[in-house]
Every structure is written in C-alpha cells, then in structure tokens.
Design a protein around this ligand. Structure first.
Ligand code: PLP
Length: 399
C-alpha cells in the first residue's frame, strides 16, 4: 500500500469523525514511527498516552507471541478462570492503593467509567453524579453525560439525567452540591483533555473526606494519569485519598485496548452476580500484555525516570515563557503529561503543523495548547530532539 491509497480507502469507508492528518503510519519502534514511504516521525503523543513503553517494545511482542500461542479468549469468557488474568491481578494488587482490592477489566476507559457510575448508583441507591467543568470521562452516552465539555455533549441532548457539574478545584462548590441524592463524584486527579489542569495540593484529599461524610462514592479516573504518566504509579499515590473506584486504561497495556476499574472491598461486597460483565472482561491476551507492561514499569523504575525527565523538560519549557512572551502564555504539567499554552488557536495550529512538517507529532489540546505526552521510557536525547523542533517552531512563529 502507499500513503495516498490508504488515505483514499479510509476517506471512502470511514465516518467523518476526525479531521484526518494526511499521514499513514505503518510501523513504530520506541518513540519513533515510520510512514508507508519510510519517513521517520518522532511521536510525542504516544497514541494519546497509550504506548507507555514505546512502540513495538520487545516485552510486549514477547507477551503477545507467548500468550498468542496459548489462548486468546477463554471458553465461556469470564466464567472460566485464567492464569494470565490471575497473574495480572496479583501484580496489580502490589501497585494499587491498598484499599482497592478487587479489579474488573474492560476494553476501554469509557467502559470502566461507565461501569463505575452504574455500580455506584446501584450500591448507594442514589442517582446523582457530580463531575467537573472541563473534565473528560469518555464518549459512551453515560460518560459523555459525565464529561464537562460542551463540545462532547451539546449535540447529543438529552443525555443521561442526574449529572451535575461544578468547577474543578473548588471545594466550596462541592460542599454546596453534596446532598443525600449524590451517588458518586467522578474526578480526574489532573484533568488531561481539559488542558492539563493540576488542582491545589489538598483538593483531592478534601474531596475524599467530603464524599465519605456524605456517603457518596468517589470515582478517581486515572485513565490518563495512571501507570507512571505523571511520575508515581498513580497520581493519587502520595495523597490521603480513599477512592471507592479507580478507573484505568490507556497506558495499562501499552497499546493493547484494555481498561479496568479497581474497587474497594467495602463497595464490592455489595455487588451481586449479574451486576456487570462483558465478553472480553480480562481476556487472556490483554492480561498478558498488561502484565508485561506493568512489570516493565516496575522493574525499570520508570516512575523515577518520568519524574527526572519530566522536571527537566518542564524547566526547559518554562524558559519559553520568558523567551517567547508574545506566543507562549503558560507551561504546566507533571511527569510526562505536559502542556504548552499558546496565545491563541491560530498559533497552536501553526506550531502543531510546523512540528508535523518537521516530523514530530504533538497533540493540539483545547484549541490553543499543545500537549506533550511521549512514551515514558523516552531518553533525554530523544526528548531534546523533539524540544528542538518545537522551539524552532516558536522561533519561526515569533519572527
Ligand atoms: N477518562 C480520561 C481521563 C481520558 O483521558 C479518557 C480518554 O482520553 C477517557 C476517560 C476515555 O477513555 P477511552 O478513550 O479509552 O474510552
């Protein structure tokens, strides 16, 4: 196939949901990808926070091959035990917050959130769900209902009832909204799609306390922040936060489509047979890949690497606010979830296109910003290669 043929076929046979980029990627290795004509591109998006240990990592290939030779999907799916699932559960038990003792696997982040919301309603017998402005929790009907961005909601009204929105990082607003009808509060520890919004230090801890007092369950959405993306294994790791549910996806399996929710024993005790399920629900192939990815993160102390390289990158980006004050309005982030906020949408589009023309993929976010979230094992040299292109773009736009 050639790029032009691929583009022609995809244009003809897929719905027009994306403003497609006219590039066709055939393969990848580490932080690099290659198009069908052999042109190399540096990937600062990791497929939207997914390829956490890089493209085509040998540990993933080995797990795929080994498990692929054994079994992909269990007879009778979740009704039958699976050693691949058990091994992953055992590993997750070592890294999850200690109160989250039970895990159920899904195929995506939205499904994990969907299940958490559904089950929180069942367990509490309450209906209301509180979410935050600018949040992103998925594109299914219930997770779009929980997403605080008009662009993901307004065309699909009426959405699910009983969803309420409050400003992120606003405890007073939460206190006002919590009452005996609130089943759950759903929150990202750092808003990702919403523009890498980091709340104040004690916000999540206070939210946790308020939920507990009110008898509402706390769903922490670590779909973008989990698995070392912001440094620690999970963004709430160093906080005194007692989540009832934690949802995960993206980096959990490095590119294999997989999600999960972890739930406390206290809540799980109130579930019954038939409350939830799914055809794949921890399919052995996905479990084997997730195990390989998480094992790699732990064994190679990727957490420390992310903190180090993230701080170094943020420091360098902070210099851009001084050097290009007319176009760079802010930089922020934690670990390898970083954002460069530009003066306006046109500038962000121009810089993003400049990067692409110079063989670097970045992700334009919220119109006027660029998000940088490469593979977590990116080297300093690879990071510098991309930052150099970005800075040249800023220089070119500033002149
Ligand atoms: N929650 C958060 C915080 C996300 O960033 C995303 C995706 O970007 C989702 C949920 C939805 O996950 P998925 O696209 O796997 O359904």
């Amino acid at each position: 196939m050639t790029t032009s043929k691929t583009i022609e076929i995809e244009a003809k046979h897929t719905p027009p949901f994306f403003n497609k980029i006219p590039i066709s990627i055939e393969r990848g290795e580490g932080v690099y990808t290659w198009d069908e004509e052999g042109q190399r591109y540096l990937d600062f998006t990791s497929g939207w926070g997914v390829t956490s240990i890089g493209h085509a990592h040998p540990a993933i290939t080995a797990a795929l091959t080994k498990q692929g030779r054994k079994i992909l999907q269990n007879p009778n799916s979740g009704l039958i035990h699976s050693p691949a699932r058990a091994q992953l559960l055992e590993l997750l038990a070592k890294i999850l917050p200690s109160n989250l003792t039970r895990v159920f696997f899904s195929n995506s982040g939205a499904e994990a959130n969907d299940a958490a919301i559904k089950l929180a309603r069942k367990v509490t017998g309450r209906m209301d769900v509180i979410s935050t402005d600018q949040s992103f929790h998925g594109r299914t009907i219930s997770t779009a209902s929980a997403t605080g961005q008009a662009s993901h909601r307004e065309k699909f009204n009426p959405l699910m009832p009983n969803y309420k929105f409050i400003p992120f990082d606003d405890l007073a607003a939460l206190e006002r909204s919590l009452d005996h009808k609130v089943a759950a509060v759903i929150l990202e520890p750092i808003q990702g799609e919403g523009g890498v919004q980091i709340p104040s230090r004690n916000y999540l801890e206070q939210v946790s306390k308020l939920c507990e007092i009110n008898g509402s369950l706390l769903i922490i959405d670590e779909i973008q922040t989990g698995f070392c993306r912001t440094g620690p294994m999970f963004a709430i790791d160093s906080l005194d936060v007692a989540a009832d549910f934690m949802t995960m996806a993206k980096g959990i399996a490095g590119g294999f489509p997989m999600g999960a929710f972890a739930v406390s024993d206290r809540v799980a005790q109130q579930f019954e047979v038939g409350d939830h399920g799914g055809t794949y629900c921890g399919n052995p192939l996905g479990c084997a890949v997730a195990h390989a990815v998480i094992h790699y993160l732990v064994e190679n102390d990727i957490s420390s690497h992310v903190v180090k390289i993230g701080n170094r990158t943020l420091e360098r980006m902070q210099g851009w606010v001084q050097n290009y004050p007319n176009i760079v309005s802010n930089v922020r982030g934690q670990g390898l979830l970083l954002l460069l906020e530009l003066s306006d949408v046109e500038t962000a589009t121009w810089i993003s296109n400049y990067c692409q023309d110079h063989y670097l993929f970045v992700r334009q976010t919220q119109g006027n910003a660029i998000r940088i979230f490469p593979a977590l094992n990116i080297t300093e040299q690879e990071m510098d290669e991309g930052l150099k292109i970005l800075e040249k773009g800023l220089q070119a736009d500033a002149t």
